[in-house]
Design a protein around this ligand. Structure first.
Ligand code: NAP
Length: 290
């Protein structure tokens, strides 16, 4: 049986590093890092995510500024709030929870956030920096995937990596990070031919599809590492909702290591968000002091 990568434990370790950096900044007389979280509307899943982010901020000593706005908020009002937060020296990270109501252009909103405060790493400037290997703020979930991978394969250079999914928030950035780590990367999507055959020759599989148990056991070669990004809500026979990933977890016991759902990539996303926020604060303090 392969190793089950404990995302919760690795997230806790990252949280400790983040909290230590907060303490260091505070001891140096630099105010607490600040994270502004914007939620427009009352989508229940988004509400839960935002609450988790606010709680995690408090736990690590990051000051959070919550902006819960009604679903009827106009695009102009939202853009005006972002502009205010862009100019607020106590705010080092800004996150606008998606999805946004239909009358708001999400692209316009995400691009309005100053790249130095874009702690989700979604701004085209940060995406471009990732592509060109010139720094920037990395997207949280892909960064979390890389840290989980590093816990079992410290140097993946030369390995064949398959990313299934090509979204801007997971598939594409994680593929670029694997490339930066010198993997030979294949990106698969809904038009890919003979995906099982490509998967079978891969040393690393990152599954970011959104289809429960899509990756089957016989797609995974013995000794491969499988990172399951998927979060799918299924109704159990007991009438209770449960989370499953994009990988048939019980079929991949011959893998070298696999992330569970829940308890794998999910906890890393928030830990990486706070890591990004505190590093953004550090960069801002450093640029302010010249
Ligand atoms: P997305 O934007 O819907 O992208 C899904 C990708 O899967 C697309 O590129 C799509 O291909 C591909 N795909 C769909 N059907 C396929 C098939 N039959 N064969 C191969 N590829 C197929 O989703 P996302 O935002 O990247 O999220 C993916 C999953 O990760 C979801 O379950 C989401 O909930 C989860 N997620 C988890 C976290 C976390 O913190 N753990 C964060 C973000 C997302 P096309 O481009 O050709 O349509």
């Amino acid at each position: 049986m392969g190793e089950i990568i404990d995302g919760r434990a690795i997230a806790r370790q990252l949280d400790e590093e983040t909290a230590a950096l907060v303490a260091e900044l505070t001891a140096a007389g630099r105010g607490p890092p600040g994270l502004a979280v914007i939620l427009v509307g009352d989508d229940p899943a988004s509400d839960v995510y935002v609450s988790h982010k606010v709680k995690a901020s408090a736990r690590l000593g990051v000051r959070s500024f919550e902006h819960r706005l009604p679903a009827t908020t106009s695009q102009d009002d939202l853009l005006a709030l972002i502009e205010r937060l862009n100019n607020d020296p106590e705010v080092h990270g800004i996150l606008c929870q998606v999805p946004l109501p239909k009358h708001i252009d999400a692209r316009l909103v995400l691009e309005a956030i100053r790249p130095e405060k874009d702690v989700d790493g979604f701004h085209p400037m940060n995406a471009g920096r990732l592509m060109t290997g010139t720094g920037g703020i990395p997207a949280c979930t892909p960064l979390g995937c890389m840290k989980l991978l590093a816990s079992v394969v410290p140097d993946p250079a030369g390995l064949d990596a398959l990313v299934i999914g090509r979204s801007n928030i997971v598939g594409k950035p994680v593929a670029l990070m694997l490339l930066a780590a010198s993997c030979t990367v294949t990106i698969a999507h809904s038009r890919t031919r003979d995906l099982p055959a490509i998967a079978r020759r891969s040393d690393i599989i990152v599954a970011a599809i959104g289809i429960p148990r899509f990756v089957k056991g016989d797609w995974v070669k013995p000794g491969a590492v499988v990172i399951d990004v998927g979060i799918n809500r299924l109704m159990g026979e007991d009438g209770k909702e449960r989370l499953v990933g994009d990988v048939a977890f019980d079929e991949v016991q011959h893998a070298k290591a696999v992330t569970p759902v829940p308890g794998g990539v999910g906890p890393m996303t928030i830990a990486c968000l706070l890591h990004n926020t505190v590093h953004a604060a550090k960069a801002s303090f450093e640029s302010a002091s010249g």
